[in-house]
Design a protein around this ligand. Structure first.
Ligand SMILES: [Zn+2]
Length: 575
C-alpha cells in the first residue's frame, strides 16, 4: 500500500483496489452498435480484464495496486486482423523477401545476394514477387532464376500465394518436364516449345511444394516468434489464422505451453481432416487465457485475380480464353461445408471472383435451411461480387471478410482483368455493409503487411499511399472511420465468435489495447496511414513497446509476458 494511504488509515480507510488503473488517456472504442465511445481512464483486473471504464468527471479509485498516467495519449482497442497467415508471415521474415521489388532486375539482384549470404541453405526459398509491379510485367522464367541461384533449387512464391517461380533444379526435383500435364485446378506456364517456363499456378505449385525440405519444429517456433513481433509492433493483438495446419497448431500449442504466446490466434483449419484432428467433435475451447482457439475450417473455392485463378461469371477482359478455375464443384463445396457445419465448426470460404461468390452464396442459402442458428458463414476476400449478388450477403448473416489494402495494391490489375463494367462490385465495402452483412477487415498477411491503420486509411479514401487516384477509386464504396475502425475491432471479433471478450475497451472484456501517437478519428488520411503504435497491451500486460516508451517502465509492474499463462482457463460455453 502506498505511504500516503497508510497515513489516512486512522480515518475512513479507502482500500486499494486490486489491478492497474490506466488514467489520463484520450480513449476511444467502438460501442458495439456502430458508434464510438470516448473515455479517459480504465481499471484492469489482476487477471487482465477490464474492470471499469471511466468517462470524463467520473470518480475512480484513489488507490489501485498500480497506476499508469497515460499523459493524454490516445488509447484504442487492440486491432484484430480478420484474415492472416501467421506462420507464413513468420517464415516470410526468415526467408528471401521479394516484396516491394520494382523490376525483375531488382528481384534477381536480391536473390543473388541472399544466395551468397546463405551458403548452407539447401534450397533458396522465399516469395513476395509480383510481376505486375515490375517495369516489364512478363512472368519471370526458370532460366533467369538459374543465373542467380548457384545451382541450388529455388522456389519463390508469388505475393498472393497462388503461383510460384521455380528454377530448373526445382523443376527437375519435382519431375516437371514438357511431358507433364497440367494438374486439375492448376497450370504449368510453358514456353513457345511447350517446355515448363518456370512459373506454376495454383494446384501446380503443389508439385514443387511436395519436394521442399520440411521445417523443423524449432524453425516453426522461430517463425512464430517473428510473426508475433511483427503483428504486435503494428498494433494487432488478435488474428484469424486462415488455413492452420496440424504443424502450425502444434507450434501455437508449444508457444502457449511455454508462455511464449502473446498474440491471440483464432485458427481455421486448412482442411476438414485437420479440423477433426485438432478439434475432434467440436471447436476447441479457448486456451491459454483466450489466446488460442480452433473455431472452424478454411475452404478454397477459387484462386486469385492476379494469376487469373479467380472464378468469374464471364471471361477475363485481358484473357478472353479463360474465366478462371474453380477448385471445387458445387457438390464438393456443399459437402465440405456441410461436414463442418454438422459439428458446429465455423465455415470460411475463400471466394474472389464473382462466380465463386455466387456459388458460395448459393451453398449458404441451401445449407442455412439445415444448419440453423448462429452460423456466421464467412466469405474470405469477397473481392468481385455481381451487384445482383450483393444483397444476398445480408441474408443468412454472411460475414464479408475483406482486405482494404488489396484494393489499393490491386486496382489497376483489377481494371485490366475485369474491364470497366465489373468494377462496380469490386471491393464493395459500403454496399456490402449496407446489406446488413458484418464487415471484418484483415490484411491477408503476408500478402499485404498487417497494417490496420494503413487499411483504415484506404477504407476511408479508396486511395493508395501516393494519394492516387485523386478523389478515390470507385469512391462510392469508401466507408466512414467509425465503420473502418469497427471492421478491425468489433466486426473482426464478431467474425470469430469473440465479440463477448475482444474488440472493445468495455467492462468484462480482455484488456487488449494500444497507445497511439495520433487519434485515428481525427488524423488526416495521410496521418492516419502513418499512425505509430507506441505500446501494445494484451490481457492487461504490456506485450510490446516502442523504444521511447520503455522509460516509463518503472511506473507500472514489470511485464509478465514471459511467465507461463495458465493453461486452458475459463473455456467458453459451447455456442
Ligand atoms: Zn489468405
Amino acid at each position: 500500500m502506498p505511504a500516503h494511504a497508510r497515513k489516512k488509515k486512522a480515518e475512513e480507510p479507502e482500500k486499494a483496489v486490486p489491478g492497474t488503473l490506466i488514467d489520463n488517456v484520450d480513449g476511444l472504442t467502438g460501442d458495439g452498435k456502430g458508434g464510438i465511445e470516448h473515455f479517459d481512464g480504465f481499471l484492469i483486473t489482476p487477471d487482465g480484464h477490464i474492470a471499469q471504464v471511466y468517462h470524463q468527471g467520473e470518480k475512480r479509485p484513489k488507490y489501485a495496486d498500480y497506476r499508469l498516467d497515460g499523459k493524454g495519449q490516445v488509447v484504442v482497442p487492440g486491432m484484430i486482423d480478420a484474415h492472416g497467415h501467421v506462420m507464413s508471415l513468420g517464415f516470410s521474415k526468415l526467408t528471401l523477401d521479394l516484396s516491394g521489388t520494382r523490376s525483375r532486375e531488382e528481384a534477381l539482384a536480391r536473390i543473388r545476394a541472399w544466395t551468397a549470404a546463405h551458403p548452407d541453405a539447401p534450397w533458396i526459398l522465399g516469395g513476395g514477387w509480383n510481376e505486375t509491379e515490375w517495369a516489364s510485367a512478363d512472368l519471370p522464367t526458370a532460366t533467369e532464376l538459374d543465373a542467380v541461384s548457384g545451382g541450388k533449387p529455388a522456389w519463390l512464391t508469388r505475393v498472393d500465394g497462388h503461383a510460384g517461380w521455380a528454377n530448373s533444379a526445382a523443376l527437375t526435383a519435382a519431375g516437371i518436364t514438357a511431358k507433364t500435364n497440367d494438374p486439375k485446378g492448376g497450370r504449368i506456364v510453358r514456353d513457345g516449345a511447350g517446355k515448363p517456363a518456370g512459373v506454376l499456378v495454383d494446384a501446380a505449385t503443389a508439385l514443387v511444394a511436395a519436394k521442399l525440405p520440411t521445417p523443423r519444429p524449432e524453425d516453426r517456433d522461430a517463425a512464430l516468434a517473428e510473426a508475433q513481433l511483427d503483428l504486435l509492433e503494428h498494433g494487432v493483438t488478435a488474428v484469424a489464422d486462415m488455413g492452420t495446419s496440424i504443424e502450425d497448431w502444434q507450434a501455437f500449442r508449444r508457444a502457449g505451453d511455454s508462455g511464449r504466446l502473446r498474440l491471440r490466434i483464432v485458427a481455421y483449419a486448412d482442411s476438414i481432416a485437420n479440423m477433426e484432428l485438432i478439434g475432434g467433435p467440436k471447436p476447441t475451447p479457448w486456451l491459454y487465457d483466450d489466446r488460442l482457439r480452433l473455431d472452424g475450417v478454411k475452404l478454397f473455392l477459387d484462386g486469385a485475380l492476379g494469376s487469373r485463378g479467380a472464378w468469374l461469371k464471364a471471361p477475363y477482359a485481358d484473357a478472353p480464353e479463360t474465366s478462371g478455375l474453380p477448385l471445387l464443384n458445387q457438390t464438393q463445396l456443399s459437402n465440405l461445408m456441410s461436414r463442418a457445419a454438422l459439428d458446429h465448426f465455423q465455415v470460411a470460404v475463400h471466394a474472389i471472383g464473382d462466380k465463386a461468390n455466387a456459388v458460395v452464396l448459393d451453398a449458404i442459402a441451401e445449407l442455412s435451411q439445415t444448419y440453423t442458428g448462429d452460423r456466421r458463414w464467412r466469405i474470405e476476400h469477397a473481392q468481385i461480387v455481381s451487384p445482383a449478388d450483393i444483397a444476398r450477403f445480408g441474408q443468412h448473416g454472411v460475414i464479408a471478410s475483406m482486405e482494404p489494402q488489396h484494393e489499393a495494391s490491386d486496382r489497376t490489375m483489377a481494371e485490366a482483368r475485369l474491364g470497366p463494367e465489373r468494377l462496380a462490385g469490386a471491393y464493395a465495402w459500403k454496399s456490402l455493409a449496407a446489406t446488413g452483412a458484418t464487415l471484418a477487415f484483415g490484411s491477408d498477411t503476408p500478402v499485404e503487411p498487417a497494417r490496420p491503420f494503413v487499411g483504415m486509411a484506404v477504407a476511408v479514401t479508396r486511395q493508395g499511399a501516393d494519394g492516387q487516384p485523386v478523389g478515390g477509386w470507385q469512391a462510392q464504396e469508401a466507408i466512414s472511420r467509425e465503420a473502418a475502425l469497427g471492421a478491425y475491432t468489433t466486426g473482426a471479433a464478431y467474425a470469430m465468435f469473440a465479440e463477448d471478450r475482444l474488440g472493445r475497451i468495455a467492462k468484462g472484456y480482455r484488456a487488449d489495447f494500444l497507445f497511439l501517437d495520433k487519434d485515428p478519428m481525427l488524423a488526416s488520411p495521410e496521418a492516419l496511414r502513418t499512425i505509430t503504435v507506441r505500446e501494445t497491451w494484451i490481457g492487461g500486460q504490456r506485450a510490446w513497446a516502442a523504444a521511447q516508451s520503455q522509460q516509463d517502465e518503472a511506473q507500472i509492474r514489470p511485464p509478465e509476458a514471459d511467465a507461463p499463462a495458465s493453461q486452458g482457463g475459463d473455456p467458453a460455453p459451447d455456442r
